[in-house]
Design a protein around this ligand. Structure first.
Ligand SMILES: [Fe+2]
Ligand SMILES: [Fe+2]
Length: 359
């Protein structure tokens, strides 16, 4: 049996690792590849938002899941003691006696092993044949990837599962790529609602610029504000209880409000959004007292984006740019009278929002 051993920190694992492993398996006719994510010494301080060993292990499993005859070993990554390659190789050798062993190495590791900088390197070289990994397959390193992720880049170098995982936990200070985030939101929307949400994104960015609010926050909130809108009452309730939240008694007509609660919960739990963003989603339908500028912007972008065409929309749009509190007042009052005309009593927080605005 020909066994390849592929060690590395996989922080994070990327498509370059997987493709290099794939080439190594076929060109060396390996029967089995054992991927060994390395541990981190207990005393070593990791940069902020670094994944835990368990998270790194999970991402490594995810990354290599499509590769045949490949297993992931947790021997080094979950160990609290420093691990040396010679020990790992010895333990694999005793598990698979009589097998021929190969060690997959990047160029720098390859050089350092051959110049005997490793523990027991001579012994090690009698046990394994080094295989130099082809780096040119995909020219990216984990270090480069870690630099790209906070700039909303790098999606094409990483599996979608792992990218979602990194964004959800905001590992490496990652921020979501705009096209990726919009794509995820679109998957959750009724197709008919997509033009509204796309127009809302544009309007929210314009308003954010006008009122000096982070356009990134406004854009994220607008993209995600209606992600649970197509779900029915029970699906919304499931999300609320699933997030450990309680549901208060709903009055007639208030089922419509659930999507702002569940949208904000999912924005946090699926996409790692900040409190500022999740609150803007939370209050986009009813408003509330003491709204932040971002919350007002999302409320008004939702109301006045370019596909809206009710009679007063032009006036409301103008106000949103000239006096945002006047616009809020007009929007909230219109909502109240619309609800009342349909026999639905407006939510108490909507009255709070109105009372809170300057006369
Ligand atoms: Fe909505
Ligand atoms: Fe909306």
């Amino acid at each position: 049996m020909r066994i390849g051993i592929f060690g590395g920190s996989f922080n994070p694992p990327h498509n370059g690792h997987v493709q290099a492993a794939n080439v190594a398996i076929s060109s060396n006719k390996l029967d089995l590849l054992i991927v060994v994510p390395t541990g981190t010494p207990p005393h070593k301080k990791l940069p902020e938002n670094s994944p835990s060993p368990e998270m790194r292990l999970e991402m490594t499993k995810n990354a290599f899941s499509e590769l045949k005859n490949t297993i992931i070993s947790d021997a080094e990554i979950l160990s609290t003691e420093p691990c040396y390659t010679i020990d790992t190789v010895n333990s694999i050798k005793s598990e698979y006696p009589g097998s021929e062993m190969f060690l997959l190495l990047g160029d720098d590791m390859h050089d350092s092993l051959l110049s005997h900088k490793w523990k027991d390197s001579k012994k090690l070289l009698r046990l394994v044949t080094p295989i130099l990994l082809p780096r040119h397959v995909i020219d990216i390193s984990s270090t480069e990837l870690r630099e790209m992720l906070p700039n909303r880049e790098g999606t094409s170098y990483i599996s979608d599962d792992n990218y979602s995982y990194i964004i959800k936990h905001r590992l490496y200070n990652a921020k979501p790529d705009w096209d990726w985030l919009r794509g995820r939101a679109h998957e959750m929307l009724d197709p008919g609602r997509i033009p509204h949400v796309d127009a809302c994104e544009i309007e929210a960015m314009r308003l954010a610029e006008r009122w000096n609010v982070s356009f990134e926050d406004a854009r994220e909130a607008a993209i995600l504000h209606d992600i649970t809108k197509k779900l029915d009452f029970n699906e919304n309730l499931c999300i609320i209880t699933g997030h450990g939240e309680k549901i208060y008694e709903l009055k007639k007509g208030e089922e419509k409000l659930l999507h702002s609660i569940t949208g904000s919960l999912l924005a946090k739990s699926m996409f790692g959004m900040s409190d500022a963003v999740t609150n803007a989603i939370r209050w986009h339908t009813t408003g509330k007292s003491r709204m932040s500028m971002l919350e007002k912007i999302i409320y008004l972008a939702d109301y006045t984006e370019s596909t809206r065409n009710f009679p007063e929309v032009e006036e409301l749009r103008k106000k949103a740019y000239s006096n945002i509190d006047d616009a809020m007042k007009m929007g909230l009052e219109m909502t109240v009278s619309d609800l009342l005309s349909r026999g639905i009593s407006p939510s108490a927080v909507t009255y709070d929002a109105l009372n809170d605005l300057p006369d």
